[in-house]
Design a protein around this ligand. Structure first.
Ligand code: CA
Length: 546
């Protein structure tokens, strides 16, 4: 371990020296420059930790991610990695800025990211990095801080996706995951400036809803029955009311056609089917070529026929929907996993492997039938946790598993420190560089802050903020003044809300105090400052009494 620490210090020392030399001299002193590590940031959308083999979750038995697992064997896996706001655009904004949602202004997917604010790609670019971005952006405004960029509009499409580039829009035929990987590989091979270290962000749409795998993976798991989560038939009886009033149930809300591509033309006719087909066509199938559509239908034909014949109801129907959903989800994951493998091979081929930090992460977790749900948003574990695996050759110990509490709030600071660039003092996270080097700083955080804002909105998860420590979690659904408290050690699935349990009264009081202090520290009163006057007059006194 000491050798690694010394190595980090040595690398950082060289970096600081290079910076002191100034830009003109640094170009002349090429040797120092080449020691600054490249950063390859591979990012996906909605990839839950329990759908990664190395995280040893439910799907480990079907080996969902051999390449990401290899990255974990070669680098460090973070067991306790959390988002600050479990939804696509906001998580990306937190990563770019190192600031909580209420500070970077992108609190929900309806917001527009202020592109003029400080981001880590801009800072890396200013301190001599070549920067490139391919794939999902989801922040509405035009990317800044990238020498090269090509992004999907909004959520993007799986088949024959359209991209926005500085030169205008273009459509590229193929499956989105492969198209984005191809552009990243091509950039590494043909557009990289060998005089500069690089930041390459390869950001996939997959495995985001609607789960449309590539043809290479469409039959994967056809002959397998995937394991079911133990909470597939959770009825949320002992949670606060919010959990019972969401709209993300496989049972009641997941659509056979829109989400699962079941061909319903055999079942219905007239306007009803037209409406369903149109909804699907608008978002998904209409982008396919006639040949792709035929191939797509053929892939599900036998399964669809068996489904229609079985006429399932109740729990059997939920089980069937779960299998189709989870299989398509894992098929999309497999595309991302192969992208990780292809990018790692490319680094090797180009001799860049030893000096490139490779990061795999996703914007938040996801429910894959857990609690009977799909989607994310909640502060419950499955969507709060984010995958984070970092390989930094010569720094991270191969196969290391770090258990300290880290957040997407820390990524910007980490990349800046690793690159030897200044960290913006306004950033609210903390560099993970010491952790990557195997250190366990005494003053590392022992609690995390969370705040979700999108309500009323799709899936109907009320706004809430909360605090999680190693063992406990306290959440406040403040629009309804409902509280939840969980003991994660005794109840890891968060099935029994203990907020009214007198045995925990002392612990809850401690956690309430910590939450107040944490909210002050991160400077968040956005639940009140953004609220309507009616809401304020009703709930302000309670918020103040916290
Ligand atoms: Ca997402």
């Amino acid at each position: 371990m000491r050798r690694r620490k010394n190595l980090v210090r040595g690398v950082l020392g060289a970096v600081i020296l290079a910076m002191l030399l100034g830009h003109a001299q640094r170009s002349a002193a090429g040797e120092s420059e080449t020691k600054r590590p490249n950063i390859l940031f591979i990012f996906s959308d909605d990839h839950a930790t329990h759908a990664i083999g190395a995280y040893r979750g439910l799907f480990q038995s079907v080996d969902p991610t051999p390449n990401i697992d290899r990255l974990a064997r070669e680098g460090m896996l973070f067991e306790n990695s959390f988002c600050t706001n479990s939804i696509c655009g906001p998580s990306r904004a937190v990563i770019l800025t190192g600031k909580h949602s209420h500070r970077n202004g992108f609190m929900n997917n309806g917001n527009r990211f202020n592109p003029d604010q400080t981001t880590f790609p801009k800072l890396l670019q200013a301190c001599g990095y070549q920067t490139a971005l391919f794939g999902k952006w989801h922040l509405k405004s035009t990317p800044q801080g990238f020498d090269t960029w090509m992004v999907l509009p909004g959520q993007g499409a799986y088949y024959n996706p359209e991209f926005i580039t500085p030169e205008g829009k273009r459509v590229i035929k193929g499956h989105c995951t492969q198209v984005v990987t191809d552009r990243a590989v091509e950039w590494l091979k043909e557009s990289r400036d060998p005089e500069k270290p690089f930041l390459l962000m390869c950001q996939h749409k997959a495995p985001h809803r609607n789960w449309m795998p590539a043809f290479e993976h469409i039959s994967l798991y056809d002959d397998v029955k995937l394991p079911e989560p133990g909470t597939l038939f959770d009825r949320w009886e002992d949670n606060a009311p919010a959990a019972r009033h969401q709209e993300m149930e496989i049972d009641r809300h997941m659509d056979l056609h829109y989400d699962l591509f079941v061909d319903l033309t055999a079942e219905f006719d007239g306007d009803a089917i037209q409406k369903r087909q149109d909804r699907s066509a608008r978002d998904n199938l209409w982008r396919m070529t006639p040949e792709q559509k035929i191939r797509w239908r053929a892939a599900y034909k036998a399964d669809d026929a068996a489904f229609h014949a079985a006429k399932l109801t109740g729990k059997d129907l939920v089980r069937w929907k779960y299998q189709r959903y989870a299989k398509n989800y894992l098929r999309c994951v497999r595309g991302v996993d192969e992208s990780v493998g292809e990018l790692m091979e490319t680094l090797k081929e180009l001799g860049l492997e030893d000096n490139t930090i490779v990061v795999y992460s996703s914007d938040q977790g996801f429910y894959i039938g857990d609690h009977g749900w799909y989607d994310k948003r909640w502060m419950y574990e499955e969507s709060l946790k984010m995958p984070l695996i970092i390989k930094w050759p010569g720094v991270t110990e191969p196969g290391a598993r770090n258990t300290m509490m880290v957040q997407n709030l820390d990524y910007a600071e980490t990349f800046l420190e690793a690159a030897g660039c200044d960290i913006d003092p306004e950033m609210q996270g903390r560099s993970l560089v010491p952790l990557l080097a195997g250190e366990t700083p005494d003053d590392w955080r022992d609690e995390i802050y969370y705040h979700y804002y999108e309500y009323p909105s799709v899936h109907m998860v009320p706004r809430h903020y909360g605090i999680r420590t190693e063992r406990y979690k306290l959440m406040h659904f403040y629009q309804f003044d409902e509280w939840e408290f969980y003991d994660l050690q005794n109840d890891p699935d968060e099935l029994v809300n203990l907020y009214e349990n007198p045995e925990y009264a002392g612990q809850i009081e401690k956690m309430r105090k910590r939450l107040v202090a944490l909210r002050e520290r991160v400077d968040d009163d956005s639940d009140v400052s953004l609220a309507s006057p009616e809401w304020r007059s009703r709930f302000r006194p309670q918020a103040e009494a916290l």
